[in-house]
Design a binder for this molecule. Sequence first.
Ligand code: GDP
Ligand code: MN
Length: 385
Amino acid sequence: MKLQEYQSKRIFSQFGVPIPQGDVAATAAEARAIAERLGTKVVVKAQVLVGGRGKAGGIKLADSPADAEAVADRILGMEIKGLPVRKVLLDEAATIRDELYLGLVIDRARQRVVMMGSSEGGVDIEDVAAKTPEKIIKIAIDPFIGLRDYQARELALGMGLARELIGPFVSIAGGLYRAFLGSDASLAEINPLVVTGDGDGGYGTPPLLGVDGKMVLDDNGLFRHRTLAEMRDVDEETAEEREARQNGLSYVKLDGNIGCMVNGAGLAMATMDITKLYGGAPANFLDIGGGAQADKVAAALRIILSDPNVKAVLFNIFGGITRCDEVATGILAALEQVPTDVPMVARLVGTNEEEGQAILASAAMPTASTLAEAAQKAVAAAQGR
Ligand code: GDP
Ligand code: MN
């Protein structure tokens, strides 16, 4: 689950990372009130779950509360990369001397959380990685020992930070790591981490300030973070993804035109591979899990059919704990709720397979006895053959 910038930064702040003063607004009038309260020059920032908001015009400085109101009004009317801007963050504007990058990701190959730092902050870190990879410094963190100060210092030195910034940097690195661990995150990023001050009297302003924040949380950890789970944004997932989550289905939309409903992640992967092998392209990954009841199957089929790209549906069910008759009942229930002329083919084997096939036969649903046959039929149907 992705968090908005303001949510990520609040979490960072709870773990000791300095961030600008600020608050979120859903209307221009609220934005003005926040700017009045801050009493400084502010930056008005679109809260949308995509990067590159600055380049898209979603981040603007405002000199006065009236200006903040006007700017917020404009940004709240924008769409950025297809997402409507529903909220803006108003932060005390930072005086920026330099922009750094600091991030944490999970490196599966190393089986470690890796902290990355770069002197080239503020821009897409992917661009830095592609053009000047030597400017990204990485350290791997031992999960049992945690981030050690000497590692953070090594990172700071590698990034070429001035001596007086090393202490504050080590503290921020530690805070970010604790925020990452404490939230079961899979990504935590400050870009830019700003070197503040330009001699205009920024007394009291920390020398380093987290101006942008991004966090991705592991959905599988959310059950133990109720307050984080409640932060889920309406635009964080599509309507289909939401329905899938609420029904306990694992669903990932893809670009192809063959909807796949399968029980078990491994079987789902194999089904997608075989569909590809016969020249088709899966429209989704969908695992209904073990022991799915008819209502879950019906929800899964509704989700598949709501994708206008779907030209055929392939059911591949290996009955174990899951009973084929339950699945067949769910399929027919969904077809009553959402009548469709999308062609379908079902391969149901295992527990209660005869009962399941009899139910499908009563609805004249084409069946197949092997996965190869089912995949070929689905590919042919999707191609209108
Ligand atoms: P992103 O474009 O979605 O990554 O949003 P950011 O929050 O990173 O902002 C993009 C850029 O806007 C930053 O790299 C800064 O250059 C600039 N910016 C953001 N906040 C401030 C601010 O408070 N003051 C100034 N002067 N520039 C800012
Ligand atoms: Mn940024």
